[in-house]
Write a protein that binds this ligand. Structure first.
Ligand code: NDP
Ligand SMILES: Nc1nc(O)c(N)c(N[C@@H]2O[C@H](COP(=O)(O)O)[C@@H](O)[C@H]2O)n1
Length: 219
């Protein structure tokens, strides 16, 4: 499986404010780049923190890109994947609508009645990990289900979890013209942070986009 992480951050490295509400950091050209990345993916993944904060659709905006996928025999939209150990995803979350297949990655601690509720809502539930989703095992199961190209949109807790397990191949970071600040505002990689063996990606490309810049790092 090839894992591509994409995120937009402020000049000072924040994905959002301390209120954890969605903030438009990208401009139109960058959102279009993100739409193309989605269109090139078999699935788009987020953590449950992003579901609760943003209620995203994770679908493709451009109808031509959706049509090109169906012409290639692919589903109109990539599948959606949510890392959600104990099932905090609300049953009326937009990712559970019928615009795309949705996978919920859960831990063994997920309450069985919540699992049933999600399956009734049409989600495929994959469980691994005692208290928290075991990302290595669940991503391998997704690969077994035909997901070869996985795009991850955040947030910072999930991105750190993937970096910690050395699961990231490419990282695209848009840095936009905003300063958000705040010690409690989410950053690109949160979690516990590294204290040694820091991942050291290579800079593959730099592009000026909107009034900011896209950095492409490879691991
Ligand atoms: N600017 C941008 O590009 C983006 C910004 N955002 C912003 O980021 C914020 C949300 O980020 P954040 O709060 O970090 O939430 P995340 O979306 O990263 O979700 C984090 C949650 O995922 C669950 N999870 C399950 N398994 C794992 C694992 N193995 N490793 C890590 N997490 C796991 C955890 O909850 P549990 O233990 O319950 O399973 C964890 O709390 C919002 O403010 C949103 O607007 C989000 C995406 C993109
Ligand atoms: N690429 C990007 N730029 C920004 O400025 C952002 N705020 C985000 N946020 C993430 O985009 C997703 C929204 O999804 P839908 O458009 O509703 O499908 C979601 O993952 C946000 O957190 N991204």
């Amino acid at each position: 499986m090839h894992v591509v992480v994409n995120a937009a951050m402020s000049v000072d490295g924040k994905l959002s404010s301390r209120r954890r509400e969605q903030i438009a950091i990208s401009g139109p050209e960058d959102f279009d780049r993100v739409d193309q990345l989605r269109a090139d993916s078999d699935a788009v993944m987020v953590g449950v923190g992003t579901i609760l904060a943003d209620d995203p659709s994770l679908t493709i905006d451009d109808p031509d890109r959706r049509a090109a996928r169906t012409d290639r025999g692919e589903p109109e939209n990539p599948a959606r994947v949510v890392a959600d150990s104990r099932i905090r995803t609300p049953p009326d979350a937009t990712v559970l609508d019928d615009r795309a297949q949705t996978y919920l990655l859960v831990s063994e601690a997920a309450p069985p009645d919540f699992v049933e509720e999600m399956e009734d809502a049409g989600a495929y539930v994959i469980a691994a990990g005692q208290d928290r989703v075991d990302l290595t095992t669940t991503l391998a199961k997704l690969e077994g289900d035909g997901i070869d190209q996985l795009m991850v949109e955040g947030g910072g807790e999930l991105i750190f979890g993937l970096l910690e397990e050395a699961l990231v191949d490419d990282l695209f970071v848009y840095i936009g013209p905003k300063v958000i600040g705040g010690r409690d505002a989410p950053t690109l990689a949160d979690g516990d942070g590294f204290i040694e063996d820091f991942p050291e990606p290579e800079l593959a490309d730099v592009d000026r986009v909107d009034d900011g810049v896209v950095l492409h790092w490879t691991f």
